[in-house]
Design a protein around this ligand. Structure first.
Ligand code: SF4
Ligand code: SF4
Length: 382
C-alpha cells in the first residue's frame, strides 16, 4: 500500500502489531513503551509484543495504585503509570560538560549528546499535551535546550487512544483528552480484532505505507468511537479552571495552604511523576585525584528545601510555601511564562502522592471561599 492520504483511518489486524515494532526497529528506532515491572506499568524498551502489558490493567486512586488482570488480552487496557515520556526527552540525569586536567591546563568539552532515536509506543492524549507543554519550555523559549532538542527532533510518536479512564484522570477538564487529536505520527485505537490506525504526519504516512494495513470498515470506526466514548464516560474527576490563574494568585494567604501543609510530606513525588515539571539543579562532581570533573544536570523539585536557597538561606522554608509555589506555578504563573496551563490532567500526582493529596480538591476548597473581591494580579507581581 502506498500514498496513504493523511487523516484516513486504517485497520491493523491484531496479529500484525509485531510488524509495527519490527519495522521501527529495522529503521533504527529504539522502541519504548509500556511494560510491567515492579508492580506497575512503566515505560521501557519494547523488543516485541511479548514485552507489552497484555491482559493487564490497573486501578488508581489518591495514594493508590494496583495492577490487576483483565478478562481479555488487550495490549493497552490501562491508563498512565508513574513514568512519563519526559524521562526520555528530559532525562533525570545528564552530563552537560566534562573537564580534564592536561599538561597545558584544563580541557573542557560538552557532554555526550547522541541519544538513541526513540519511537514512543502508547502515548496517551494527556501525554501528547504534556510533550507540547515541555516543547514550549525547552524549544520555543529564548533558550533552546540541546539535550531535549536532540531527543525530540528524531522521536517518532505512536499515540494510543484511551478506551477506559482511571478515577484520577481529569483530562476533560484540562481540554487535553482523552482523544488524541494532534502531535502524533500514528494513533491507534485498540479493538478486539486489531487497531484502528490514524495517520498524523508525513513520517507516519511513510511508515504506515509499509505496514499490512487495510482500509477501516465502518464497523471498526463505529466500535472505536464507542470505546473512546467509554473513556470519556468514565472520567468522574473534575477541575473547574474558570479564572484559575487569578483565583489562586488572589488567594496566596488562604488558610487552605496551611491545611494542606499539615498533610504534605514535601517528598517531591508529585513533581517527579508530573510529565510537565522541569525543575532541575546543576552540580559539579570531581574524581578523587582532582584531574577529572563533570557538570551534571539532574531533576530537582520545588518541594526540596535547598531548591529555593539563595543569599544564605531558603526562600520557601516551610511546606506551606513550597506546596503553594508548586500549585500556583502549575495552574497560574505558568500561563504568564508559557501561555498555557502547566497541568494536563493526567492525575499522576494524585495517585503517587503517598498521602493522597488531590490538587483538584485543593483548588475546589480555595474556590469555595475565594477572595474574588480582590483585583487581578499582574504578571509582574508574580
Ligand atoms: S500537576 Fe498532576 S495532574 Fe497535572 S500534569 Fe502534573 S502530574 Fe498530571
Ligand atoms: S503533595 Fe504529596 S507527593 Fe507532593 S510533596 Fe506533598 S506529600 Fe509528596
Amino acid at each position: 500500500m502506498t500514498n496513504l492520504p493523511l487523516q484516513t483511518t486504517w485497520f491493523l489486524p491484531r496479529g500484525e502489531l509485531s510488524r509495527l515494532i519490527e519495522t521501527l526497529r529495522a529503521d533504527g528506532y529504539e522502541v519504548v513503551g509500556p511494560t510491567v515491572d515492579q508492580g506497575a506499568i512503566v515505560y521501557s524498551e519494547i523488543r516485541s509484543t511479548d514485552d507489552l502489558p497484555k491482559g493487564w490493567t490497573e486501578t488508581q486512586g489518591p495514594g493508590q495504585y494496583r495492577l490487576e488482570r483483565r478478562t481479555d488480552d488487550a495490549y493497552f487496557g490501562f491508563t498512565v503509570g508513574p513514568h512519563s515520556w519526559k524521562k526520555y526527552l528530559f532525562p533525570p540525569l545528564v552530563t552537560v560538560s566534562t573537564a580534564e586536567r592536561t599538561p597545558d591546563g584544563w580541557s573542557i568539552s560538552d557532554g555526550k549528546n547522541d541519544p538513541p532515536k526513540y519511537a514512543f509506543l502508547g502515548v496517551r492524549a494527556c501525554e501528547l499535551a504534556a510533550i507540547a507543554v515541555q516543547d514550549r519550555t525547552f524549544l520555543h523559549g529564548p533558550y533552546v535546550d540541546p539535550v531535549y532538542k536532540a531527543r525530540r527532533d528524531q522521536a517518532f510518536i505512536i499515540a494510543v487512544n484511551c478506551t477506559q479512564a482511571a478515577s484520577t484522570c481529569f483530562c476533560t477538564s484540562m481540554g487535553t483528552g482523552p482523544r488524541c487529536t494532534r502531535g502524533f505520527d500514528l494513533a491507534l485505537t485498540e479493538l478486539p480484532a486489531g487497531f484502528l490506525v490514524e495517520v498524523g504526519s508525513p513520517a507516519g504516512e511513510a511508515l504506515a505505507a509499509r505496514l499490512p494495513l487495510v482500509e477501516a470498515a465502518e464497523d471498526h470506526t463505529r466500535e472505536a468511537e464507542a470505546r473512546r466514548q467509554n473513556a470519556v464516560d468514565q472520567i468522574q474527576r473534575r477541575m473547574d479552571t474558570t479564572g484559575i490563574r487569578d483565583l489562586l494568585l488572589q488567594n496566596l494567604e488562604h488558610p487552605r495552604w496551611s491545611d494542606v501543609a499539615q498533610r504534605c510530606l514535601s517528598c517531591t513525588n508529585c513533581t517527579m511523576v508530573c510529565p510537565t515539571c522541569f525543575c532541575h539543579s546543576v552540580r559539579d562532581v570531581s574524581d578523587l585525584t582532582g584531574d577529572q570533573a563533570r557538570r551534571e544536570r539532574q531533576w530537582d523539585s520545588c518541594f526540596n528545601l535547598d531548591f529555593s536557597y539563595m543569599n544564605g538561606g531558603p526562600v520557601r522554608n516551610d511546606v506551606r510555601s513550597r506546596y503553594r509555589q508548586w500549585l500556583t506555578h502549575k495552574l497560574a504563573s505558568w500561563f504568564d511564562q508559557f501561555d498555557v496551563s502547566g497541568c494536563v490532567g493526567c492525575g499522576r500526582c494524585i495517585t503517587w502522592c503517598p498521602v493522597g493529596i488531590d490538587l483538584t480538591e485543593e483548588v475546589a476548597a480555595i474556590r469555595s471561599s475565594d477572595g474574588l473581591q480582590r483585583p487581578p494580579v499582574s504578571p509582574a507581581a508574580t
